[in-house]
Design a protein around this ligand. Structure first.
Ligand SMILES: Nc1ncnc2c1ncn2[C@@H]1O[C@H](COP(=O)(O)OP(=O)(O)OP(=O)(O)O)[C@@H](O)[C@H]1O
Ligand SMILES: O=c1ccn([C@@H]2O[C@H](COP(=O)(O)O)[C@@H](O)[C@H]2O)c(=O)[nH]1
Length: 237
């Protein structure tokens, strides 16, 4: 089977810290870069939205009394830092990459512009979208669904710490069962927390298929883009 032509990869921020409790784990980052390089070598165009859970989440700041919108701005800045870290690691590995940010930060990255992003992808550059949607009260899952729709990605991939979508959070409920596939209607109706509802709803509305997979499994990203049996597929069918 031919690989998907263009993907939007949502890379977990929390995954970047590997076995550490905070920040970046160099070997883990190198492993993700190797997987991304593998799919670019197949000719797949790769857009990336990276989360911020290794550095800061707005909801956590709000719990300790911060204004939620301010805390979310800090969370968005955390995702920009992750975008820069990922870009640096990709470029050092010989994979050309650009950063576009939803929050304007002069001299740090280009501002998000859909046409420019598509041109970069067609030229063979990985484009990393930092800063989420640019708005508080959203998550990078929703940003990933949004950017996927904007760039016309054939598939949205959520690269995370679990190997698919389960009947309940497998970290909290050891009896949870993994789905091989399910519909967006079912995911929303069952309130499955692997993605936020806004992101599920946008995918459903835009008829954008999603695969949730474990990014720590070597070669998993390539298997997903090749349409092989990996993770859980969520779609309108
Ligand atoms: N039904 C479910 N199936 C699978 N995972 C679930 C489910 N419900 C909740 N989860 C949890 O969702 C997590 C993945 O989503 P989450 O947004 O928290 O992580 P992330 O995207 O990896 O984080 P980050 O904010 O760092 O980008 C999993 O680690 C899992 O514990
Ligand atoms: O559109 C967005 C995206 C993200 N945020 C804030 O950033 C952090 C980190 O993102 P995660 O998706 O949780 O990894 C998030 O907790 C929000 O505080 C945002 O405000 N808007």
């Amino acid at each position: 089977m031919a690989p998907v032509r263009r993907i939007l990869l949502k890379l977990s921020g929390e995954a970047l810290m590997g076995p550490d409790a905070f920040g970046y784990h160099a070997d883990t980052l190198a492993g993700f870069v190797a997987q991304i390089r593998e799919v670019t070598e197949l000719g797949v165009q790769v857009g990336i939205v990276v989360g911020g859970g290794n550095l800061f989440r707005g909801a956590t700041g709000a719990l300790s009394g911060m204004n939620r919108a301010t805390a979310d701005s800090m969370g968005m800045l955390a995702t920009v830092m992750n975008a820069l870290a990922l870009k640096d690691a990709l470029v050092q590995a010989g994979v050309p990459a650009r950063v576009q940010t939803a929050v304007a930060i002069a001299h740090v990255g280009e501002g998000f512009e859909r046409d420019a992003a598509v041109r970069e992808l067609e030229a063979g550059n990985v484009v990393i979208f930092g800063g989420g949607t640019g708005n508080p009260f959203f998550t990078t899952d929703t940003a990933a669904a949004l950017r996927a729709a904007e760039i016309g990605a054939g598939l949205l991939l959520k690269a995370t710490k679990v190997d698919g979508v389960y009947t309940a959070d497998p970290k909290k409920d050891p009896s949870a069962k993994r789905y091989e596939a399910l519909s967006f209607d079912e995911a929303i109706a069952r309130n499955l927390g692997v993605l936020d509802t806004a992101a599920f709803a946008l995918c459903r509305e835009q008829n954008l298929s999603l695969v949730v997979f474990n990014v720590f499994k070597p070669g998993a990203l390539k298997r997903v883009v090749m349409g092989e049996d990996e993770g859980t597929r969520v779609s309108n069918h």
